[in-house]
Design a protein around this ligand. Structure first.
Ligand code: ADP
Ligand code: MG
Length: 702
């Protein structure tokens, strides 16, 4: 069903001249597409874009070419001076001249026969390369290009420079790309005339040709209209694909959840606080979604400690009012239990039954929970991955909430969706994803944002401390404990190896026990679930005062009277993670401190991260800085979530066009939902070009 027009681009790259199995293996390392198991295709090469250019347009003549300058010279070959026999360290020199002077073209370990062939004495040739002046004599060592005067046209005066892997020569790559360009069929235009004019976009094929064969360095710049055109194409393809997926999930649904507010009122009455304005705002957006017959797909974004859980609970109350069940999924068992501890007592006040389902519930207990979900007496269930399992069935699941979304894969979300009659979905994330990234990763998923923290929160003081001052810190902690404060102490993941990670937390706990005895608790990922609970509970109750742990503490743990967090080897953590960890404190009335303990001297990026942490508590600013320091993929954890990367678009350069692409996609699909108009047909081609053809399948299936 792929348009036959595209066949030449979907042919294997090995069908190109000069591309054998060895070369294709190297090409596969430079093509931007995620090939997975498939082989590289001709079309993949089109999107290998240059990262810079070499400007060879300067033709000053030999005498006027400056040291170090890249120049192109038209010269006549005067004589060859081979290296003396047996002395390979002396280069082979070819002397050539123009009207301004003479130059030595210099070759080490030369192939004399080849040099004589391409530069016969008396021939007019063109050479291009870097000028070197040696004792007042001009030379060019290993010119980048040598052509006969008649073939000057083949010499790229503005030469694109591509990413290379070892073994792949620029010439081989350029030749392969050149052939791929040659196979580009005439394609219908999928962009509207209006945007082409406004943005001065060239046609798709012209854009590619201009970037690969620049006449001017600007032609190959991401800022230029040619590259912007491709980026916009890619954005549009992405947005259309997301919109199709979304339209399909909406079509699957069609259930309006109406509630009378009765249960919600009871829960609100049981809360020891009132909601912040942004919690109210988010909740009313969610309620409005639930009331609509279409399916909700909403992202609730709120910085750590902004109070997402209670918003989730009140949304669940509405589901119960409408007579359905709600599920809340957490990435870890600890977090699931914590959610249960928050939710169950409040739900009980409203006469609602809550259960938990993780890997730990076994035997009779599990059987009862599963029965309660299947038959209906359980209104709310909180759980982990266990909820995704096939044998878990619901009586009537109407609302699925996923906490800390980026830890779950897309397929898991879909698995959950399949559990009910297309339940409404609320995805909660504490990673404050910048607006542009929300658009790219989630398309037109609706977004609610908690922009304020609950009242009464005090700012967290962040200090950085080199390891040498550990004794001083221990002294401060002693005082804090005497004052009744609680402390988290985080140890890093030293290696990928669980063993070492464990050692470090345990060693630290042992060292601290020498100072503080039984006041020190320990929690780490390898402990049995019940032991983790016990460690958390002891800390919550104040039986322990210092909780030493690995990053299991990172996500969502809520102990409001913990006021100090020490992060050991802070230089090893990413910004987002540091921010998450810091968010474990500053949740109560008391002023809190975050101590970033680092091993001096930190590297450049680490130093910058620590600085950002000291400067701001604003999760959005931190996310932006993180984006700059790490690149977008890691921030979203794309490898886990399956959020697509880009082939040609660069978020830093092209983000300004994202919203236009989204609006464009929406408008297109509202007019032509099945992509059958001429433009719709062209858009299908676009989807194939950018690897979004999965979405085309939805059209058929829908
Ligand atoms: P997060 O958004 O990080 O998941 P939580 O839902 O864990 O945040 O909430 C953090 C803390 O703030 C909890 O102790 C919760 O009880 C409290 N909280 C939530 N909303 C409010 C509010 N409006 N006023 C005061 N405290 C609140
Ligand atoms: Mg939370």
């Amino acid at each position: 069903m792929r348009p036959a027009l595209l066949d030449p681009l979907f042919a294997p790259a090995t069908s190109l001249e000069g591309v054998g199995p060895k070369v294709v293996a190297m090409l596969e390392n430079v093509v931007p597409a995620d090939l997975g198991a498939r082989e590289a295709r001709v079309g993949d090469l089109l999107f290998v874009l240059p990262h810079s250019v070499i400007d060879r347009r300067s033709r000053p003549g030999i005498a006027h070419a400056a040291e170090g300058q890249i120049v192109t010279l038209e010269v006549t070959v005067a004589r060859h001076q081979p290296a003396p026999r047996g002395n390979r360290s002396v280069p082979y020199r070819v002397y050539a001249f123009d009207e301004t002077g003479e130059i030595a073209l210099t070759f080490f370990h030369a192939n004399a026969a080849w040099l004589e062939k391409i530069m016969p004495v008396g021939a007019d040739i063109v050479v291009s390369g870097r000028m070197e002046w040696f004792n007042g004599r001009p030379s060019m060592v290993h010119p980048d290009h040598i052509t006969s005067a008649e073939e000057t046209d083949s010499l790229p005066l503005v030469e694109p420079v591509y990413p290379l892997t070892a073994g792949l020569s620029p010439k081989t790559l350029r030749r392969a790309i050149g052939q791929a360009l040659g196979r580009l069929p005439v394609l219908p235009e999928w962009q509207e005339g209006e945007i082409l004019r406004r943005q001065t976009f060239p046609a798709f094929d012209l854009a590619l040709k201009r970037i690969h064969n620049p006449m001017d360095p600007i032609d190959a710049s991401p800022k230029n209209a040619a590259w912007r055109r491709l980026a916009y194409d890619e954005f549009l393809a992405g947005q259309v694909a997301l919109a199709l997926v979304r339209a399909r999930t909406r079509r699957l649904s069609g259930r309006a959840l109406q509630g009378d507010g009765r249960l919600e009122a009871k829960i609100r009455a049981a809360l020891p606080y009132s909601l912040t304005a942004s919690q109210e705002q988010a909740l009313s957006e969610i309620h409005a979604d639930l009331a609509r017959p279409e399916r909700m797909l909403r992202l609730l974004q709120g910085d750590v400690g902004s109070g997402k859980t209670v918003v989730a609970l009140l949304a669940m109350a509405r589901a119960a009012e409408a007579g359905g069940q709600a599920a809340l999924m957490a990435p870890t068992e600890i977090l699931a239990r914590q959610h249960l501890a928050t939710i169950a007592p409040l739900a009980e006040q409203a006469g609602l039954k809550t259960a938990i389902l993780t890997g730990r519930e076994k035997g009779r207990e599990r059987t009862e929970i599963l029965a309660g979900l299947a038959d209906g007496p359980i209104h709310f269930v909180v759980g982990t991955h266990a909820l995704f399992q096939e044998h878990v069935t619901f009586h009537d699941l109407v609302l699925a909430i996923v906490d800390e979304q980026h830890r779950f894969g897309v397929h898991q979300r879909l698995a959950m969706t399949a559990k009910g009659d297309a339940p409404d979905m609320l995805v909660m994330t504490a990673t404050p994803i910048p607006r542009t990234l929300v658009l790219t990763a989630f398309g037109d998923m609706d977004v609610s944002r908690l922009t304020e923290k609950p009242a009464g929160r005090r700012p967290i003081t962040t200090v950085t401390l080199p390891f040498e001052r550990l004794p001083e810190l221990v002294g401060r902690i002693r005082t804090a404990i005497e004052e009744g404060q609680k402390i988290y102490w985080i140890c890093p993941l030293v290696e990928e190896s669980e063993e070492i990670k464990l050692m470090s937390a345990e060693d630290r706990a042992a060292a601290l026990r020498k100072e503080f005895g039984d006041a020190v608790g320990l929690i780490h990922g390898r402990m049995a679930g019940r032991d983790k609970d016990a460690a958390m509970l002891a800390f919550k109750n104040g039986e322990t005062r210092i909780l030493v742990g690995t990053t299991v503490i990172e996500v969502g743990i809520d102990v409001p009277d913990a006021t100090i967090i020490v992060i050991e080897h802070a230089e090893r953590f990413g910004l987002a993670q540091l921010h998450q960890l810091r968010g474990r404190v500053g949740r109560g009335e008391r002023a809190s401190t975050c101590v970033l303990l680092y091993k001096a001297p930190p590297g450049e990026v680490a130093r910058r991260r620590l600085e950002v942490m000291r400067e701001t508590e604003d999760g959005f600013r931190i996310a932006e800085e993180d984006l700059k320091l790490r690149g977008e993929g890691e921030l979203l954890g794309t490898r886990q979530s399956g959020a697509p990367g880009f082939l040609v678009a660069r978020i830093e350069e092209h983000a300004d066009m994202l919203e236009t692409a989204r609006d464009d996609a929406r408008l297109l699909l509202s007019r032509d939902p099945e992509l059958t108009s001429p433009r719709g047909e062209a858009i299908r081609i676009l989807l194939y070009l950018f690897g979004r053809d999965d979405a085309v399948r939805l059209l058929r299936a829908g």
